[in-house]
Design a protein around this ligand. Structure first.
Ligand SMILES: [Zn+2]
Length: 323
């Protein structure tokens, strides 16, 4: 089976964004060491809006240079880069200390079709200028890829033909999020035009969904207890706070949740279960999502063990190579 491990490379969007060094550079350096050790490629989705905003702010130029250097390092080493859009950066302001975000403009659908298309166009042009090869794939910030129609033309013009924003069964309509993937086709991949969660046989885009599965309350009990008992192993390397709306802690401890197969922190303990299920279902590939900012020392070890165990009998590939 082909396994694509993908990383959304970004700061936090809550009350504290965290530092570029701790949320992006340091954890990604560790991932690149891991990739080199096992000779496997990753796919990175850098938050393009962040980089463009940093260009405008002299106080961020040093951090921006570190980000650009790191992108260049992974680019020359054969890792793939895709387009990742958190458009709220358009409305963000620098207060002299850190960025302040207006999350009422969290997703592209919060903008007019014209503005959303312009964002896609500018962000893709900017990112491609940093890369040796043009991007092929897209991942919406916060999975909010619906509706797609207003930006479809701009995506096509930018050379994007793959999307990996959908995870089967996922749904979140708590502000600022808005996505519903409960009615996706029962397929490993599919063509689409207007909505990445809906099959359209003549579509020019291909959906490569992020793998998903159920996580029981017990999983979250363990996650929270271990975090308390052993913070040095389970505390994220990234030092920011996530945006609200991702589901309350209490909810997670009370009912089963359908979430992405993830390499973030303690979620990495479920990678073997995800792979077993994918094999049983004869899936041709497994797309895993992760965030450098959410890596933990424990998670890195677990991820390394997963890669070491499976690199002989499976093929680790970039996202566009799962096709
Ligand atoms: Zn993101």
């Amino acid at each position: 089976m082909k396994i694509a491990i993908t990383w959304d490379y970004e700061l936090f969007f809550g009350e504290r964004s965290g530092s570029v060094e701790q949320c992006m550079i340091e954890p990604t350096d560790r991932l690149l060491l891991l990739a080199a050790k096992y000779k496997i490629p990753f796919t990175f989705f850098p938050d393009a809006g962040c980089l463009i905003k940093f260009e405008e702010q002299a106080a961020c130029h040093q951090a921006l240079q570190a980000i650009k250097n790191q992108i260049q390092v992974w680019d020359t080493k054969g890792h793939e880069t895709g387009l990742h859009i958190h458009p709220h950066w358009e409305k963000s302001s620098w207060n002299g200390q850190q960025w302040e975000h207006d999350l009422s403009f969290y997703k592209l659908s919060d903008f007019s079709a014209e503005d959303a298309s312009d964002i896609v166009d500018r962000y893709a042009t900017y990112m491609n200028s940093l890369l040796s090869q043009p991007m092929q794939s897209y991942r919406a910030g916060g999975w909010c890829a619906q509706p797609f129609t207003p930006v479809a033309e701009a995506m096509k013009n930018a050379g994007i033909h793959l999307d990996s924003s959908v995870f089967k069964g996922g749904k979140n309509t708590t502000k600022p999020y808005q996505y519903d993937f409960t009615g996706t086709p029962d397929l490993s991949q599919w063509k689409f035009t207007e909505d990445p969660a809906v099959l359209h046989a003549e579509g020019v885009f291909t959906e490569l969904p992020i793998a998903s599965m159920n996580y029981s309350p017990l999983f979250f009990w363990k996650l929270f207890v271990l975090g308390r008992l052993n913070p040095s192993q389970h505390k994220p390397i990234g030092n920011g706070l996530p945006a609200k709306g991702g589901g309350s802690k209490k909810e997670l401890l009370m009912r089963t949740h359908r979430l992405c197969v993830s390499a973030d922190g303690y979620f990495s303990t479920q990678l073997n279960r995800a792979l077993r299920r994918a094999k049983q279902a004869n899936e041709p590939f497994l797309v895993v999502i992760g965030h450098p900012k959410a890596l933990t020392p424990f998670g890195l070890k677990t991820l390394e063990a997963f890669i070491a165990k499976h690199r002989e009998d499976h093929e680790f590939v970039t996202l566009s190579s799962v096709l």
